[in-house]
Write a protein that binds this ligand. Structure first.
Ligand code: BGC
Length: 926
């Protein structure tokens, strides 16, 4: 039969008649071909880019036995299978990601087309994947022809603390003529500051906040846009609007704490650099680069600051300034600025985009002429305004996350972030406006000065984010937990904004490293953050202190006396480790390795007898309630965890000696840690929830006492009414440690808790996002007045780190090796819930797991992607009782029983969908 199929297949491929037959032939298909984690990326500067794809196919136990990638310099060549750039040949491997390009050296400013075919488990070839491409950016310094140009607005900064200095945006334009047929046109552009590129009257690309935030002294990212279809014969106009951004504007809480510097951390004036490369059909080329021949001016954007807001005076618009036939004789020649010291590189991450548009659900009028629009959820982004009225009317927009009891927006928690946008009408019919260089964290928009009474369509919420959520789904029998899942996603979206920020609303929005490391694994479940985090690793590496510590936030434009803190500085180990674990990304480990070693040396130096003291900035188990864990305990436990992860990462890189060294270090830390912190009865010396959670989860307990420690943690949680006393560090680890030691029922009680402090408490109080504090808000106004408005964000993902537990334990999806090739399906089945179902789109495709009770039987529905295997844990020892579909297990050839003990049966399955049912008798703790 198989030979017959093969013959048939070969005949069909040769006749080109394959499509309709694919399913019948049961061919595997190739979807989502990516290069460097991006679909058809433009402007890469990685010289050995990595390929990946996902396989789809019917049936069970499907896998790839070999692949072949071909790369060609033109689509014609690719179609004819002329691999003039690279032919990998048939490679006997089941790898589908992290495959490095290994062909002829890639050239600057060039486009490459590629496709892949694979052979399945029966050695039957697939069709070629649909053609995909990538382009290379400018690889050599000599390719850069532009100058950094700007516009002199005069510098009149007077009082740096009490009045804001908010200079206007600058406008740059250049007219040029095209009189031959174009084959290809590309723009390479960047700015010190923020820029929006314009061409013939329209924005180029759909990104915001370009070129992104880096340590501009070390590197500056540029963007690449294909504009082949956007140029016209005759006159064309390229333009750029530039503003201060992170480069020259206000950053974080510098103003609040009155640092000696509050803005201009990297430079004083924004400037732009760019060039258009045109290739004509006759083979000739032309470069139009930013230079002295451009024109510059001020314009309608009078103020533009990321955290303070934007002011737009439509009366000052230069109508048609970025289109042909415009008279720019009143414009000046641009000012030339110095070239930056940093490298020019392609942005490796994902850029900020408008990922969702929200129509308000309600307008209220808490005061005469003060209108409050409710967008229904707490987002990061901007509001688009639609307005009609007399010239000179000033409409003001302010932003808030919650309402006060009088119906007005709460802005106290924004601290020094003015977060105010102003639009001044030109009075010419319906005017639609959105700011370009600011964003806010908000659910409510307060509108004042509006001419007449606004209707719902006066405001549209534009959600801005660098990521798309939706890589996972979660649904359970508890509606509160389902809302919690939504809130986690909303808050991740709001804070994955160029860098992982702590919060999007107040004068902070920094890449706080403790928050980022705690949330990293959760982030990967909700979204594909591979490229986003690849970029953040660069920020971490650039921000690493000369003495080895990773700082409190990255990028690190300024510091206060202490630059690092336990559990914050460990970000440099924990994020790379998860890049490896989740995406099988050893290149990330390679990139970070030297820095990680330096960090380990710094810790060694700071330690006495393997105990790493708190040191640095001591936030401890930040925002914990009622219990305090010592900073020294946190210091040493994270040091131990780092050593453990380092050993695994060294191993993954084939650095065997280092792996041994770090494993020994881990054992030594474990020994002294136990001596100092673990008592003979299994209690910790400090006896807080967090101490047990960290020590148990990090494997720092002596083997003979771990069970006792876990029992004590369970007892403490029970005694505390199934509520936390933990902060940023302890919370997710309590959940993970409870489940690790089999106390699932307890973790579910905590998960479903609605009394303060708990996740349910925020949901019951109407939250649409994750709060910074367990008690950020209560409906009881009297209590609210006690709240610390100085530091109270309603969009802080740190406590959302429970997503890690939700997927690893409640849904039960984890990876045994790196990159989800050997999947673990081990849902924590409990009588506390009727059902849980979820899915996760891994780098190998979607994994799904669902369980529900049918009387005393449990049904488990599982989906395992092609080219992977899973170990499914079913919590019963009675093998004969387990059915797959309607067959008993013993008769089922597509599954393999690996182990059956008194607690569970472990079954190995290949790709496909499976339904297991079994009578279940639940056991507490392992
Ligand atoms: C931030 C954090 C951060 C913390 C450090 C706060 O102001 O918002 O989330 O981790 O400072 O203590």
């Amino acid at each position: 039969m198989k030979t017959l199929l093969t013959v048939l297949f070969i005949t069909l491929t040769h006749t080109g008649y394959i499509h309709a037959q694919d399913t019948k032939l049961n061919l595997l298909s190739i979807v989502e071909p990516k290069v460097e984690y991006h679909k058809n990326p433009t402007g890469l500067d990685v010289i050995h880019p990595r390929f990946s794809w996902i396989l789809k196919g019917e049936g069970r136990n499907r896998s790839q036995s070999a692949y072949q990638i071909i790369v060609a310099s033109s689509i014609d060549k690719l179609t004819k299978n002329e691999a003039d750039t690279w032919d990998s040949g048939k490679v006997n491997s089941n790898d589908t990601n992290q495959i490095e390009y290994d062909g002829v050296p890639l050239k600057s400013d060039s486009k490459y087309y590629w496709k892949v075919k694979i052979w399945d488990e029966s050695r039957i070839a697939s069709k070629w994947s649909a053609p995909a491409y990538w382009t290379m950016g400018l690889l050599n310094f000599s390719n850069w022809k532009g100058l950094f140009i700007g516009h002199d607005v005069g510098y009149d900064k007077t009082d740096k603390y009490d009045s804001l200095y908010l200079p206007p945006a600058r406008y740059l334009r250049k007219s040029f003529t095209i009189n031959k047929k174009i084959k290809k046109a590309t723009v390479y552009s960047t700015a010190l500051g923020l820029y929006e590129l314009r061409l013939n009257g329209n924005k180029v690309g759909d990104d915001y906040f370009l070129p992104g935030w880096t340590d501009y002294n070390k590197r500056l990212y540029y963007q690449t846009f294909d504009i082949t279809d956007r140029l016209q014969e005759g006159e064309n106009v390229v333009g750029a609007v530039i503003a201060d951004g992170w480069y020259a504007g206000y950053i974080g809480y510098a103003l609040l704490v009155r640092l000696d510097k509050v803005r201009e951390f990297y430079g004083v004036n924004p400037s732009f650099m760019g060039q258009i490369h045109i290739e004509y059909e006759d083979g000739s080329t032309k470069i139009i680069a930013s230079d002295r021949s451009w024109k510059s001016n001020e314009g309608a954007i009078r103020e533009a600051d990321i955290i303070m807001g934007e002011t737009y005076d439509a009366r000052l618009e230069h109508s048609g300034w970025d289109t042909p036939n415009y008279d720019d004789s009143g414009w000046k020649n641009p000012k030339i600025y110095t070239y930056p010291n940093g490298k020019l590189e392609a942005h490796p991450g994902t850029k900020v985009k408008n990922v969702e548009q929200l129509t308000p659900i309600e307008i209220t009028e808490p005061g005469p002429g003060t209108y409050v629009f409710n967008l229904g959820k707490n987002i990061a982004g901007i509001a688009e305004l639609k307005v009609k009225g007399p010239k000179g009317t000033k409409v003001k927009l302010r932003f808030g996350e919650i309402l006060k009891s009088d119906g007005h927006i709460q802005t106290e928690n924004l601290r020094k972030a003015r977060a105010t946008d102003t639009y001044i009408l030109k009075g010419e019919g319906l005017e639609t406006w959105q700011p370009k260089f600011t964003y806010h964290g908000f659910q409510y928009v307060e509108v004042t000065g509006y001419p007449g009474k606004p209707t719902l369509d006066a405001i549209t919420g534009l959600v801005l984010s660098s990521i798309e959520t939706g890589a996972s789904t979660f649904s359970s029998s508890n509606a509160m937990n389902n809302t919690l899942f939504k809130n986690i996603n909303t808050t991740q979206s709001a804070n994955f904004f160029e860098i992982p920020t702590d919060c999007p609303q107040r004068d902070e929005r920094l890449g706080w490293t403790g928050d980022a490391q705690i949330y990293m694994r959760s982030a990967t479940y909700n979204s594909d953050v591979a490229a986003f985090m690849t970029k953040f690793l660069v920020d971490l590496d650039d921000a690493q202190r000369w003495y080895g510590a990773y700082p409190n936030f990255a990028p690190f434009p300024y510091s206060r006396p202490n630059q690092y803190a336990p559990a914050w500085m460990d970000v440099g180990i924990i994020i790379p480790y998860n890049m490896y674990k989740v995406y099988n990304d050893t290149r990330a480990l390679d990139f970070m390795y030297e820095g990680m070693q330096k960090f380990m040396a710094f810790q060694e130096d700071a330690s006495t007898d393997y105990l790493r003291p708190g040191g640095g900035n001591n936030w401890g188990d930040w925002l914990a309630v009622n219990e305090e864990t010592s900073h020294d305990f946190i210091g040493t436990s994270f040091y131990g965890y780092d050593a453990k992860l380092m050993a695994e990462m060294a191993e993954a890189l084939g650095k065997t000696e280092d792996a041994v060294k770090y494993r020994n270090l881990f054992e030594n830390i474990k020994k002294t840690f136990a001596k100092k912190y673990i008592l003979a009865d299994g209690r910790t010396t400090e006896d807080t929830q967090t101490t047990y959670a960290l020590a148990l989860y990090f494997d720092l307990y002596p083997d003979n006492l771990a069970k006792k420690g876990a029992a004590r943690l369970a007892e403490k949680i029970e005694k505390n009414g199934y509520k936390f006393s933990t902060g940023f560090l302890g919370t997710k680890h309590v959940m993970l440690a409870l489940s690790k030691y089999g106390y699932n029922d307890i973790s579910y009680k905590v998960f479903q808790q609605t009394e303060y402090p708990s996740w349910g408490y925020s949901v019951e109080n109407g939250s649409t996002s994750i709060w910074e504090r367990w008690n950020s808000y209560t409906k009881d106004d009297a209590e609210n007045s006690d709240l610390n408005a100085k530091m109270n964000s309603f969009s802080h993902y740190a406590f959302g780190s429970v997503a890690e537990w939700m997927f690893q334990h409640a849904v039960g999806i984890d990876t045994e090796d790196s990159g989800y090739r050997n999947i673990i399906i081990k849902p924590a089945i409990t009588k506390e819930m009727d059902f849980i179902e979820g899915s996760y789109k891994s780098i190998n495709g979607t994994i799904a797991s669902a369980w529900n009770w049918k009387g005393n039987r449990v049904l488990m529905n599982i989906k395992i992607p092609v080219n992977t295997k899973a170990k499914v844990h079913i919590p019963t020892s009675v093998l004969s009782d387990i059915k797959e579909g309607n067959k008993s297990l013993s008769k089922n050839k597509s599954v393999k029983i690996l182990n059956s003990n008194e607690k569970e049966t472990i079954i190995e399955v290949g790709s496909g969908t499976y339904t297991f049912s079994s009578k279940i008798k639940l056991h507490e703790q392992n």
